[in-house]
Design a binder for this molecule. Structure first.
Ligand code: FAD
Length: 406
């Protein structure tokens, strides 16, 4: 017999979990289809405070807190011996002053298990292979762990398949981004030499004339995630020969002061390239995209999971509205709203690689109010239009950079 539900959610990452939780809260019957067996590894381990608003509202926070993740209270940026600190308690928006650094295998697993308890049906090792959408019924085909094929009928499909990009590929929605091809090499390492302050922050060191940077994300179990992001050719060089150059950089990088020199690697360096991609539309008849399935530009400001969570929540609220018989203007209420938030981060990402953001970060001329307003962007509050660095992001960042350089 063909299964029937209100909504099929593709993918059980943060976007899929949060979307499903919101749909359940709105009284809908939800089936989550997840290709992998959980827990599974995925990169993207530093959250932003704004993600806490959604986790809290959906009552998912207690399950996350129970795992005693490393508390994250700020971000430190370094360049050429200069340092700039942002503490989330000193921000313009009325938001959370902390969040967590998470091993995604544990975080994502905890979220989806909690959403299952809330009432979603979740099937792991269920790979979506085909989707047919129309104004009325949607038909989703998937392959289960035994290789058997199943069909589900539903009223709406939410694509939260992240790097899987199921509907963007199936419906030919992908468009390239204008940024140059970049990639990352990363690993988890022993991090027992850290100071308490090292534990509370994400550290980002720019090098190679701002074309590359190294991250250090401490976990609560005394390990850390360390990675290098840069032009594709450079990171491939770092990865070659068993990650020889990566290991050398991690051990000797001046800003890390030997914190990782000679330490044990939990796994050999891994490579990910060409992750930046966008789509020409984020919704269509009977479906909507959320999370990384929409667009992912760059990891520099740790925005990915927070955007995944917020887009999953926003899209699910509109799906519920539509399925409850109300009119939804998907362009105005979702596409434009989502784009606004993503565009704020885009401005900061581009300015980071151009060096103009560094001019602001490392300038002594920047007053406390401006720092607090920028801090709120870095905390993920990119829809707070009372913040001039959100509302006028594209002009203000360049104008302020110009002034500090004069
Ligand atoms: P995912 O977490 O990718 O989940 C999607 C799920 O869909 C997966 O479990 C997958 O198995 C499943 N799926 C795929 N195809 C199918 C299918 N056909 N059928 C069923 N299921 C399917 N973000 C941060 O917030 N902080 C960071 O510090 C950070 N660092 C990053 C560093 C790098 C180098 C990169 C590349 C990214 C980083 N990100 C970071 C971004 C982060 O990885 C993503 O934004 C985030 O994982 C997106 O969540 P999601 O729920 O959209 O997708």
């Amino acid at each position: 017999m063909t299964k029937e539900v209100d909504v099929v959610v593709i993918g059980a990452g943060p976007a899929g979990s949060v979307a499903s939780s919101k749909l359940i809260k709105e009284g809908l019957k939800v089936l989550v289809l997840e290709k992998m067996q959980f827990p599974r590894f995925v990169i993207g381990e530093s959250l932003l405070p704004h993600s806490m608003d959604y986790l809290d509202e959906l009552n998912l926070l207690p399950a996350v807190e129970a795992l005693k993740f490393q508390v994250k209270t700020g971000a430190c940026f370094f360049h050429d011996g200069e340092r700039c600190d942002f503490l989330f308690e000193n921000q313009f928006s009325d938001g959370w002053s902390y969040t967590f650094q998470v091993k995604r295998a544990d975080f994502d697993h905890a979220l989806i298990k909690e959403v299952e308890k809330q009432g979603a049906e979740v099937e792991f090792q269920a790979e979506v292979t085909d989707v047919k959408t129309s104004a009325a019924t949607q038909v989703v085909t998937y392959r289960d762990a035994n290789g058997d094929i199943h069909e589900v009928h539903c009223r709406f499909v939410m694509d939260a398949s992240g790097y899987g990009r199921v509907l963007p590929q199936m419906f030919n929605l992908e468009v390239p981004v204008a940024t140059p091809p970049r990639g990352a090499v990363f690993a988890h390492l022993d991090d027992t030499r850290r100071t308490p302050e090292d534990g509370r922050n994400i550290f980002v060191h720019a090098f190679n004339d701002n074309t590359a940077w190294i991250w250090s994300i401490p976990f609560s179990d005394g390990t850390a995630s360390v990675g290098i992001v840069g032009d594709k050719d450079f990171v491939e060089e770092c990865y070659a020969d068993g990650g020889k150059l990566f290991k050398q950089k991690v051990a000797e990088f001046p800003g890390l002061n030997g914190r990782y020199d000679g330490v044990e690697f939990m796994f050999e360096p891994r490579l990910i390239v060409n992750y930046a991609v966008s789509v020409k539309q984020v919704y269509g008849e009977g479906y909507v995209l959320c999370g990384n399935s929409t667009e992912f530009l760059d990891p520099i400001f740790s925005s990915g999971v927070t955007l995944a969570i917020s887009s999953g929540y926003k899209a699910a609220a509109l799906v519920a509205k539509q399925l409850n018989g109300e009119q939804v203007d998907w362009e105005k209420d979702y596409s434009v709203v989502l784009k606004k938030g993503i565009d704020v981060f885009r401005t900061y990402v581009l300015a980071w690689y151009e060096g103009t953001l560094g001019d602001i970060f490392f300038s002594e001329k920047i007053d406390e109010t401006i720092r607090q307003q920028i801090c709120s962007v870095l905390a993920g509050y990119v829809w707070d239009e009372t913040n001039p660095f959100v509302k006028k992001h594209s002009t203000l960042v360049n104008a302020v950079a110009h002034i500090v350089k004069m």
